[in-house]
Design a protein around this ligand. Structure first.
Ligand code: GLN
Length: 291
């Protein structure tokens, strides 16, 4: 790159020298040469930007901005939820460690869960921490860090429900949170699973699905284990989690943090996750939300 500029400058100088010896006005030609040099430098700069987009030195950009932007959907206690105006939970706690490592301020934006990956693809955010399960499909659009948690999809039913096992979901109306792995599982578009529900009701928030369950508008709700426990704890006399999970042992899901494709932020976050795991701090964070 430096070599490039040197070559351009040398070329421009040669041009202007030649111009001095020629018939045209030296001043004019010098100006032209200067313009050409500027243009060439501009082109080089453009090329460099294009290169940066491929390798994406996101870390340098974040540090230059002094701020890192996380997107999440703060409707997923204990991973992210609102305490007054503040977004708190396991993911914001991990995110604070990431910001600390980079020495920058953390900004958390609360958006719909199914908008998180598009926000990364369009570079509106630096990372998404949203209790997001790693899937092959999502990997096409974002890069994932090392996992930091595992979960099953569980089934919530009214305490007096006739649904006692996962197979009983066949022919039933099931509520899910829009765009989640629970949604994909029961929708079963590719026929990968052995459950055939009658209908799927999709909600932006798990808590809305549970409201409809309490109101008898859906027969069951499918959601991740830890949030399910929090939701049931609000109405323990009315709803319960079935012992049998929806996902089988082989279908355990892993939570990871997502970054835009090619972002070198993934290395920094992996370091943070490894440090939190090795020091036992991750277990402490998880345990502090498990009450
Ligand atoms: N783990 C689920 C998924 O990745 C749900 C995440 C969420 O609702 N925040 O789809």
């Amino acid at each position: 790159m430096k070599k490039w500029i040197a070559m351009i400058l040398a070329g421009a100088m040669a041009l202007s020298l030649a111009a001095c010896g020629g018939s045209g006005s030296a001043a004019d030609t010098k100006e032209e040469a200067a313009e050409e040099t500027a243009e060439a430098a501009e082109e080089t700069a453009e090329e460099e930007t294009a290169e940066t987009e491929e390798t994406v030195d996101a870390v340098a950009q974040i540090q230059a901005n002094g701020k890192i932007i996380m997107v999440t959907n703060a409707e997923f206690e204990p991973f992210e939820y609102k305490d007054g105006d503040t977004i708190v939970g396991i993911d914001p706690t991990i995110a604070a460690k990431i910001a600390e490592k980079l020495g920058v301020e953390l900004e958390i934006q609360d958006i719909a869960f199914d908008s998180c990956i598009p926000a990364l693809s369009s570079n509106k955010a630096d990372f998404c921490a949203a209790g997001m399960s790693v899937t092959e499909d999502r990997k096409k659009n974002v890069d994932f860090t090392e996992p930091y948690f595992t979960t099953q999809q569980v089934i919530i039913v009214p305490v007096d429900s006739e649904i006692a096992a996962r197979a009983d979901l066949n022919g039933k109306v099931v509520g899910v949170q829009l765009g989640t792995t629970g949604d994909l599982y029961v929708t079963n578009e590719d026929g990968a699973h052995d459950i055939a529900v009658a209908d799927v009701s999709r909600y932006p928030k798990g808590v809305d699905a549970v409201s409809d369950l309490l109101a008898g508008r859906v027969d069951a709700v499918v959601i991740d284990q830890f949030p399910a426990e929090k939701l049931v704890a609000q109405n323990p006399d009315k709803i319960k989690i079935l012992d049998e999970t929806l996902t089988t042992e082989k279908e355990v899901e892993e939570y990871a943090i997502a970054v835009p494709k090619g972002s070198n932020l993934v290395d920094v976050i992996n370091e943070v996750i490894t440090e939190l795991k090795d020091s036992g701090e991750l277990d402490e964070i998880l345990a502090s939300y498990n009450q």
